[in-house]
Design a protein around this ligand. Structure first.
Ligand SMILES: Cc1cc2nc3c(=O)[nH]c(=O)nc-3n(C[C@H](O)[C@H](O)[C@H](O)COP(=O)(O)OP(=O)(O)OC[C@H]3O[C@@H](n4cnc5c(N)ncnc54)[C@H](O)[C@@H]3O)c2cc1C
Length: 349
């Protein structure tokens, strides 16, 4: 094996997670191509060790040293694969930064990813929780992906319908969690814009744009503006984005809650259930902008748990502290509304 790809022992992950939690990898590998990755997975010296994949660490709560081999793929590459009528098929490597790919696709006139602008993280992680924002999810654009099995390095392609996509979920996060490393995505994009302006705030800002800017690039600009005004930049105030998923409840429970809270924010779903805005529940439970010691819920976006200590350069808050704080938020929301919040970031190990 190439020496530069020999895994690094006891590697510090503090700067590799956006919550700024102090943690290490027993062995950290940064494979830059499929051959190196597969050789490592099949190498008898590493065969008995557990394997974990990380990307840019923007959706992780690291609680301790991650045992075994931690793989952070650096596989790069963006290319046009095919032009099919009004659509194009593009392929991107797992190690590409997601937002760079959004900008790159729009610069070529390929539309579809603009609502997903500025979501942190690497492309390889995007299918894991089926990233979504402003009415668009990755699954709306994903054609297929390539992955390798973590246990023996065998390669496999998953078609869109084989990925088990759901709200912030996929087969890679649920049924086959920890079994695959995604190496490459293929996305089907449009040459003729089909803008998704279902979100009232986005639609209103778009309508106010001069006609010449009512383009996919214009939507990207607006999404970036909205996100920058509402979400803390992890580089300034470490966080992992939305800390809780929007809970989905039955219409019966929703009706009962709405009687008690007429201003409850809720979105009816196609299956008759109702999705609640977790941020609204957290705010009404009194957590918006509240700081307790080194942790808090953000003042502009109640869903975002922030690490004030790390913002001040102290990496003293641990993953256990974060989980204990989150449990207090979850318990108080449950006590007030009878709704259980589910955590979005992945806890490792
Ligand atoms: C400020 C902020 C805003 C955010 N906004 C949004 C948003 O609007 N919508 C949204 O959906 N998410 C959002 N997120 C969450 C996060 O950006 C996404 O989940 C992103 O896809 C995580 O990418 P990552 O590279 O950082 O993955 P990591 O956090 O490193 O890993 C996340 C999970 O993905 C798995 N994984 C990573 N790479 C691979 C791979 N190559 N193969 C298989 N599994 C892999 C890991 O094992 C882990 O379980 C936000 C986060 C932050 C900090």
């Amino acid at each position: 094996m190439n020496l530069e790809h020999t895994p690094q022992p006891h590697a510090d992950l503090t700067s590799r997670n956006t919550l700024g939690l102090p943690a290490r990898a027993e062995w950290l590998s940064l494979p830059e191509d499929d051959r190196t990755l597969i050789a490592l997975l099949q190498d008898t010296r590493w065969r008995s060790l557990p394997r974990t994949v990380i990307g840019e660490g923007s959706n992780l709560v690291l609680t301790a040293e991650i045992p075994g081999l931690v793989l952070c793929p650096q596989i790069l590459g963006r290319r046009l694969l095919a032009e099919e009528g009004d659509q194009v098929l593009v392929e991107v490597g797992a190690g590409e930064h997601w937002d760079d790919v959004v900008a790159w696709s729009l610069s070529h006139g390929w539309q579809g990813l603009e609502n997903l602008s500025l979501i942190p993280g690497a492309c390889g992680a995007a299918p894991f929780q089926n990233i979504g924002a402003y009415g668009v999810e990755l699954c709306d654009l994903l054609d297929s992906l390539d992955a390798v099995a973590l246990d023996d390095g065998r390669a496999r392609t998953f078609r869109h319908d084989e990925c088990g996509f759901a709200y912030r979920d996929s087969r890679f996060k649920s049924a086959e969690r920890g079994q695959w490393l995604i190496t490459r995505l293929r996305l089907r994009l449009n040459r003729v814009p089909q803008l998704q302006l279902g979100y009232a705030d986005l639609a209103a800002r778009f309508a106010a744009l001069p006609e010449a800017q009512q383009t996919p690039a214009g939507v990207r600009e607006l999404v970036c503006q909205i996100r920058r005004s509402k979400l803390p930049d992890p580089a300034e105030l470490p966080n992992a984005g939305s800390f809780f998923k929007n809970p989905v409840i039955s219409s019966v429970q929703h009706n009962a809650l709405q009687q008690r809270f007429p201003d409850l924010v809720a979105f009816p779903q196609a299956d008759g259930k109702v999705k609640l805005a977790a941020g609204w529940l957290i705010e009404r439970a009194g957590w918006k902008g509240r700081r307790d010691g080194d942790l808090g819920m953000h003042a502009q976006q109640a869903l975002v748990l922030v690490n004030h200590a790390a913002a001040e350069g102290r990496h003293t808050v641990t993953g256990a502290d974060v989980l204990a704080f989150a449990a207090r938020v979850r318990d108080s929301v449950h006590a007030q509304f009878g709704v259980t919040l589910e955590q979005e970031p992945v806890i490792l190990p």
